[in-house]
Design a protein around this ligand. Structure first.
Ligand SMILES: [Zn+2]
Length: 319
């Protein structure tokens, strides 16, 4: 694993840590990631600044391959199961191979009834990736996608599609500039384990709970990618009232040439954990489909054009 500054991660991953404050400087024992500091191909010597990312940098094949791997090779992966940990290990390796600094954030998930079956309590993990450039108190962006499924579903659309776009975005921005530092998170245990608002979104709530005050106050926006491979317009959803962040995403979609539908009252994904805590959050995705939470949620139901629309919108927002 590449270990560099990891300022945000250092704060994020030690739940309850409040005493020590990072200096913002890399620790002497670490080395920078070479893949993040190289010039883009063709840059003249002496101009090390990477190019700004653009929607055209998205490689949708990366997202499609992730959908196939997670749904076909791993299969159903409730957040506390061995299959979930296999999926988390795979995502971790993919992100590290792209040059991201990756950490696991552990949290507990209670037992409960998840859609069609009882599931056991146990530990789960969020897979958290950064480029080591987040500084306490300075603006940053987060993009997340839940990696778990309900018990019987291979979860191609819900939500290998979101994780696939997350990985394609990780690839596109790995050696390029974004307008602000960005953190990517594959969340565990998003799916429900009971009927109330406190019976789901365990991974994202653990992530928000562990954010220190300066990170919390400076988070400029969080986008949840959840069911982003069905339909031909892109849903952009706010939990409560129309928000500045939703307007940003709608503008980014326009800039990327993507048709959208704006939703209000959208609380059914990890962005809600952020908004509940007073932070800006929006969901991309949610178009209804026949295979929802079913054995029939397989890769054939996921449309690469909709994955492309989602990824291009996100890159336009990060640009
Ligand atoms: Zn979902």
């Amino acid at each position: 694993m590449i270990r560099t500054a990891g300022v945000l991660l250092g704060l994020t991953l030690v739940a309850g840590c409040s005493a020590s404050s990072p200096s913002g400087a890399p620790s002497p024992s670490t080395s920078p990631s070479s893949s993040l500091s190289t010039s883009p191909p063709g840059s003249p010597a002496g101009t090390p600044a990477p190019q700004r990312v653009s929607p055209g940098d998205l490689r949708v094949d990366t997202a499609v391959a992730a959908v196939e791997h997670l749904a076909d090779r791993v299969g159903p992966r409730p957040g506390t199961t061995p299959a979930y940990f296999r999926a988390a290990g795979w995502v971790e390796r993919e992100l590290e191979a792209l040059g991201w600094q990756v950490e696991r954030q552990r949290f507990r998930t209670p037992a409960g009834y998840s859609w069609v079956a009882q599931v056991a309590a146990g530990p789960s993990v969020n897979v958290v990736a950064s480029r080591g450039d987040v500084r306490p108190g300075e603006p940053w962006l987060a993009v997340g996608a839940h990696l778990d499924t309900v018990p019987r579903s291979p979860g191609a659309e819900d939500n290998a599609s979101g994780v696939g776009v997350l990985l394609a975005v990780a690839e596109a921005v790995a050696a390029r500039q974004t307008r602000l530092p960005v953190v990517l998170v594959a969340f565990g245990s998003e799916e429900p384990r009971g009927p109330t608002d406190d019976d789901h979104h365990y991974g994202s709530r653990a992530y928000v709970d562990a954010l220190a005050g300066p990170e919390r106050r400076s988070l400029a926006g969080m986008v949840s990618l959840d069911r982003v491979g069905v339909g031909d317009v892109l849903p952009v959803g706010s939990p409560t009232t129309p928000s500045r962040l939703r307007a940003e995403l709608l503008a980014a979609a326009r800039a990327a040439g993507v048709a959208t539908v704006a939703e209000t009252g959208q609380r059914s994904s990890d962005h809600w954990s952020f908004v509940r805590a007073g932070l800006p959050g929006v969901r991309l995705g949610s178009t209804p489909y026949a295979g929802y939470h079913d054995v029939s949620d397989v890769p054939a139901g996921v449309d690469r054009d909709q994955l492309t629309r989602t990824g291009r919108t996100l890159l336009a927002w990060l640009r």
